[in-house]
Design a protein around this ligand. Structure first.
Ligand code: NAD
Length: 344
């Protein structure tokens, strides 16, 4: 298939592109490259790229490219970033996602795989939530994911199949590393300071999934028959991979030698607290074969942080924390308040 991947230069996208290529897909990228300074483990694979801000894409940009499917990853990708300016979050994550899907549909694209998030379940409690669970988003980020899914549903028709892949919180090594997601963050604390600092009281539940298993899920949905994925939501993760933050910290303490467990300065109960049921994707998309566990991911990160020379200064800097890098770009006037690159 010919696949347009938006956000192909981000944490998930830079690992997904080679996975898609290895399965024979012809990949085109679309990304404004906000995190070009954030390489850790190699650099993203070079692919033909549409250098267009996703807010500006029209059907004319896509017509004639013979794109079969869009994988839509580009977004302000976490709660702190989207809390900075909720209206900007809705402009990018919601309105631009919907207009991109409309442009894709008008240009003849058949599948639109939206990178949604389990965070739309927000506060869930102890029961494992399946795809029919109530939405309970607690941030503009989570709210934007709900509203995109609802808008894409209205676009579904015989010739256009939107699919909502509700990823668990990702972890694992990437060319465009993020250390602002819980597993990567705890291992970075341990590797650079010998302390595992939890930023919550350790009790919240989190479903977790490796970045390569997310890539596998998107690739499997591309391969699945249209009738099994048409207008469907799938939780993306693996049975047994819901953890309390405290349990993740214990695994990190087990893998990284001589670490002390502790709480960060802003540790408090976290209202995002949910466990997720992943049986639907396994049942309906048998090509999906997740390989990773959190323990294996922690071992991968610990080895990579040592080999890549992750230092306390690097971890404290902007490169691997999305919010800090955006604040750095804004302070330097490299991007404006709308996160468009300055003309200069
Ligand atoms: N990483 C996770 O744990 C996780 C979990 C669930 C869902 N998701 C979703 O998956 C997607 C990718 O997440 P990620 O972790 O790779 O994020 P990321 O921040 O690493 O990458 C996002 C990419 O989008 C690009 N981008 C942002 N605004 C753009 C715009 N206006 N036009 C074009 N490109 C733009 C950025 O340059 C960046 O390369 C996001 O939609 C995110 O919400 C991520």
């Amino acid at each position: 298939m010919k696949v347009l991947v938006t956000g192909h230069l981000g944490y998930l996208g830079s690992e997904m592109v080679p996975v898609l290529q290895s399965r024979g897909h012809d990949v085109i990228g679309l990304d404004t490259d906000l995190f070009g300074n954030c390489d850790f483990h190699g650099t993203p694979v070079d692919v033909p790229t549409l250098n267009i801000d996703m807010r500006d894409v029209t059907a004319a940009d896509l017509t004639g490219l013979d794109i079969d499917a869009v994988i839509h990853l580009a977004a302000l990708s976490n709660d702190p970033l989207s809390d900075l300016d909720p209206q900007l979050t809705y402009d990018i994550n919601l309105d631009a996602s919907v207009s991109l899907a409309e442009a894709a549909k008008a240009s003849g694209v058949q599948r639109f795989l939206f990178s949604s998030s389990c965070s739309l379940y927000g506060k869930g409690g102890d029961a494992e939530l399946d795809e029919n669970a109530e939405f309970n988003p607690v941030t503009p980020y989570g709210e934007s994911k709900v509203r995109v899914e609802q808008a894409l549903h209205t676009l579904a028709c015989d010739s256009f199949s939107p699919v909502y892949l509700r990823n668990a919180t990702a972890y694992g090594l990437s060319r465009r590393l993020r250390a602002d997601i819980v597993v990567n963050n705890l291992v970075a604390h341990a590797a650079t300071s010998g302390k595992i600092l939890m930023e919550s009281d350790g009790t919240p539940w989190r479903p977790l999934v490796h970045v390569l298993d997310i890539a596998d899920a998107f690739a499997a949905v591309l391969d699945a028959p249209a009738e099994t994925i048409h207008d469907q939501a799938f939780n993306v993760g693996r049975a047994g991979e819901n953890y309390q933050v405290r349990q993740i910290a214990d695994i990190v303490a087990d893998v990284v030698p001589d670490c002390a467990l502790g709480f960060g300065m802003h540790a408090s109960p976290d209202i995002r607290d949910y466990r997720v049921d992943f049986s639907k994707i396994h049942r309906m998309v048998p090509g999906y074969q997740p390989q990773w566990t959190v323990r294996r991911g922690v071992e991968q990160l610990w080895a990579a942080y040592r080999q890549g020379g992750m230092t306390a200064d690097m971890f404290a800097g902007p490169s691997y924390i999305r919010l800090r890098e955006i604040q750095r770009l804004c302070a330097a006037d490299a991007v404006g308040p709308d996160l468009r690159w300055s003309a200069a």
